[in-house]
Design a protein around this ligand. Structure first.
Ligand SMILES: C[S@@+](CC[C@H](N)C(=O)[O-])C[C@H]1O[C@@H](n2cnc3c(N)ncnc32)[C@H](O)[C@@H]1O
Length: 287
């Protein structure tokens, strides 16, 4: 199934069942036979959640986590003793490989708006790795948390200034609107220590990607979004997938203490020929 057809299927599901919790229950039921089969045959280890809980997208749960750990080390210069913040940690896909990489001197904090994911991580990861902690943020998202009472655009991360060496958001700004992203960039900068690094992924709108979208080459069919500086694939549920103007992202970084050292590592999402990963990726340094 292509990313676009997956998104279209998800758009239909959302119209039938607008509430995230209902969709998650239905997903659990749909995947129950496969999850029971995996459990009976011992195909799933204790740090891999059942497929019915993978609200973060399909694919190879362990493989994607390992791939990102490689990006964190290679591009983000992650070290075993680092204090790490995972913004939008989902159900621990990035945390699990980090349990293997981070030493007991290092630490990990995961923050997300879906309580079911955080509960799973607290039950399965923290008891085995006490330096891994997880926190729910009650933030509204039509797609992920329609009952959230806080806004991403004004949310303050629950950590003191300069708490982390490495802050990342993997496949999170692809589900947030520009006003929230702008605030999250400022918060990532605030909680990152001087000289620390931040890594995030996005669908960046620039001359090349806009041209590819307009000529039908993109894997996602983006159209005008509800705010300036963005495009979305489903205006009724904008956070399903959001692309952000590259200039807007660069300006937001320049307005806080984050220095862009290298150009973005471009992604294949829009149908370009040379790419590093599926989404675009940026690594910046706190000055
Ligand atoms: C595609 S999933 C990626 C999850 C995780 N980063 C990973 O790669 O496995 C997007 C995640 O972003 C989270 N999210 C969406 N909006 C958010 C927000 N405003 N603050 C924190 N997390 C958010 C969702 O709940 C979801 O877990």
């Amino acid at each position: 199934m292509t990313p676009d057809s997956k998104m279209r299927l998800s758009a239909i599901a959302k119209r039938l069942f607008p509430d995230f919790a209902t969709r998650l229950v239905l997903r659990r039921i749909a995947f129950l036979p496969l999850d029971l089969w995996d459990a009976a045959l011992g195909h799933r280890d204790e740090l891999t959640p059942p497929r019915g809980l993978w609200f973060i997208g399909g694919g190879n749960f362990r493989g994607i986590g390992e791939q990102f750990l490689d990006y964190f080390i290679r591009f983000g210069k992650l070290k075993p003793d680092d204090r790490v913040l995972d913004v939008g940690c989902g159900i621990g896909r990035m945390a699990v490989p980090l349990t293997r990489y981070l030493s007991t001197a290092g630490s990990y904090e995961g923050l997300d708006i879906v309580s079911q994911g955080i509960e799973w991580c607290r039950e399965h990861i923290t008891p085995r790795y006490p330096n891994f902690k997880f926190c729910v943020a009650e933030i509204y998202s039509r797609h992920y948390n329609p009952h959230g009472r806080l806004e991403a655009a004004s949310y303050r991360f629950p950590y003191p200034d300069g708490s982390f060496d490495f802050v990342f958001a993997a496949s999170v700004f692809t589900h947030m609107l520009p006003d929230g992203v702008k605030n999250y960039i400022a918060e990532m900068s605030r909680v990152c220590k001087l000289g620390g690094r931040c890594l995030f992924t996005a669908f960046l709108l620039n001359k090349e990607s806009c041209h590819l979208i307009a000529s039908g080459k993109s894997t996602l069919r983006f159209q005008d979004g509800p705010q300036q500086y963005c495009m979305v694939i489903d205006p009724a549920f904008p956070e399903t997938a959001v692309a952000l103007a590259e200039q807007f992202v660069t300006d937001s970084l320049n307005q806080v203490a984050l220095t862009v050292q290298d150009p973005p590592l471009l992604g294949s999402w829009c149908g370009r020929a040379n790419w590093t990963s599926y989404q675009d990726m940026l690594v910046v340094q706190r000055r």
